[in-house]
Design a protein around this ligand. Sequence first.
Ligand code: PHB
Length: 347
Amino acid sequence: MRAGLLEWSTVEAFRAAGVAHRLDRHGMVHDGMELRHDGAAFRLAFSELTGVPMVVYGQQEIVKDLIGARLESQGEIHFGVTDVRICQVGVDGSLVQCTLDGIPVEISCEFLAGCDGHHGVSRAAIPAQRRSSHQWAYPFAWLGVLAKAPPLSPELIYAVTDRGFALQSMRSPDVSRLYLQVPPNEPIHLRSDEEIWHELDLRLTGGTGKLPTGTITERVLVGLRAHVEEHMQYRTLFLLGDAAHIVPPSAAKGLNMAVADARLLAEGLDHWYRSGRRDLLDGYQSHSLRRAWHGQEFSEFMTSLLHVSPGESAAQRRMRRARLDLLRRSSTAATAFAEQYVGLSRP
Ligand code: PHB
């Protein structure tokens, strides 16, 4: 169960692709969010500030919708594919080998879209001398739970406390998605369900007991890390989404950045097949990379704004509070933040 917060441009991309029927019906439109710190709360009305809302819709639901659309259009789709190997990446085409239903298969193609994540084969298929990357990790993790409990509030709540960060999100009007900042190597079952609810209530409501509780149906531990591949394109191979860049989940940008990559590559391929011109395809990397760094920068900004770092000094803590305070006091600062949060200011 991964982040399910869609930017408006992501929703529009699904609409344009004709796969938004269920999203339009079940997606929960959000016009604002709440930031809580030092016992105070303020609402950041991003729809009002930027003209676009965000939509909460689970990633698994998107995967279902995409698979459904592919099957409906009689498109080819294979499950249980193993031993995937990219044997050749040429200037005119690429070659992939894999095992399909127990049978070794070779697939030759004009272009390869590497959408197979950080641990996939695509990233590794770019020759080492052509690769360079940047990566770093944050000294904390998120313990995420899915619970049969109505959310405390219909809007997301980002709570910054001296005990650490907490986030209230949701998947439906009676299913909450909640996160706690925890030490990076905390065993996932260290805390009992009661302890988790208690800590969430402390951080989200100041311990008033107002947080609705219920059965926890799922737990995940999410490490916070960042990665950017500087080469997202090699001959006829293109890297998209997590294969090219990982962001910490603080701003929920991962899926949205992946969809933006897919859209850009699709435009490039469409242009190539219609006009025989490669200019859009050739520009894929410079555009995507610039955008990836914008996403990375905002994710870094939100991560440092929301979390307490181990060993943080009192001065650093005070400065974080001043940064939060600025968002409340200055509509210019709030608007700049909102534009980045909804993804409008990314190139
Ligand atoms: C989520 O709903 O899982 C979610 C929402 C907002 C975030 C991260 C995760 O910033």
